[in-house]
Design a binder for this molecule. Structure first.
Ligand code: DAK
Length: 268
């Protein structure tokens, strides 16, 4: 874990999420341990606000989203939804909050351990690099409580793991192990439980040392692959690639290579 002279801001006074900074990494932790980080609307609103704040802060290059060792998040808060009518669910329009997280431009690294279920799995899939502990159990068990995934599970899981596994997970409600999730392409790396947070932070720090504009545009280009034809995606990639030649970071990165030294990117 990289600490040293890194500025660390105090924890937020709001208890549902905790946040701090570590160098150029903005860290957000879900903080409802008694209910395995069940995602109620208040938590989601605070999460979106904090992520947007990090997205807008020039000194922050990468966001790290973590749960606890026992649970990344066991889903949306079932108690909060149980007695709501269709109209109440519709009028609340909670999807607007989830969409705010979807629009974050900076890379999001997820530190995942224990349960990542339902909305927890959907939140994890909105992150860009997923570091999972060996203990991780990932699922979309909404079918067991009479509903189905509603925050992207049927779409993102299917794109990530293919129809066969997605149907298995969503229709049976079974949990994937970390090893299964890695083999299926749902998580980026699997690490021992005691290292899940420190490894995720190391990776976030490594990303934060890259050129921040290139990071953001690379994320944008990869996500475009889910929404376009190959030809449109290639066209989009090409434009972003050209754009990077308008940055000082490109000059610095390539000059540093030629001069056999480490680059110092400024995000300009
Ligand atoms: N919501 C509320 N409380 C939860 C919870 C959840 N999703 N998951 C766990 N808890 C609570 C438990 O009720 C328990 O509270 P107490 O009884 O101690 O008060 C505490 O956390 C510890 O849980 P357990 O005692 O059950 O612990 P176990 O180790 O025995 O079991 C478990 C862990 C994760 C297997 C189990 O808790 C479980 O099955 N949890 C529910 C998992 C689940 O069904 N998840 C999907 C929820 S539906 C939307 C966006 C998203 C969604 C919906 C709408 N919009 C934008 C509109 C998403 C929906 C979902 O995620």
């Amino acid at each position: 874990m990289t600490t040293g002279s890194i500025e660390t801001k105090p924890m937020s006074t709001e208890p549902l999420i905790l946040w701090e900074t570590d160098g150029h990494v903005g860290i957000v932790r879900l903080n409802r341990p008694k209910v395995l980080n069940a995602l109620n609307p208040q938590l989601m609103t605070q999460l979106a606000e904090q992520m947007e704040a990090f997205d807008a802060e020039k000194e922050i290059h990468v966001i790290l989203l973590a749960g606890s060792e026992r649970a990344f998040a066991a889903g949306a808060d079932i108690g909060d939804m149980a007695e709501r009518s269709m109209l109440q669910m519709y009028e609340r329009d909670q999807f607007a909050t989830w969409d705010r997280i979807r629009r974050i431009k900076k890379p999001i690294v997820a530190a995942v351990s224990g349960y990542a279920l339902g909305g927890g799995c959907e939140l994890m899939m909105m992150c860009d690099v997923v570091i999972a502990s060996e203990t991780t159990q990932i699922g979309q068990p909404e079918i067991n409580i009479g509903v189905m995934p509603g925050a992207g599970g049927t779409q993102r899981l299917t794109r990530a793991v293919g129809k066969a596994t997605a149907m298995d997970v969503i229709l049976t409600g079974r949990f994937l192990t970390a090893a299964e999730a890695l083999a299926a392409g749902l998580v980026s790396r699997v690490v021992p439980p005691e290292h899940f947070f420190s490894e995720a932070l190391n990776i976030a720090q490594a990303l934060a040392a890259k050129g921040p504009i290139a990071l953001r545009l690379a994320k944008e280009a990869v996500l475009k692959a889910f929404e376009t034809t190959l030809a449109q995606g290639l066209e989009h990639e090409r434009k972003l690639f050209y754009m990077l030649f308008g940055t000082q970071d490109q000059k610095e990165g390539m000059r540093a290579f030629v001069e056999k030294r480490k680059p110092h990117f400024k995000g300009e």
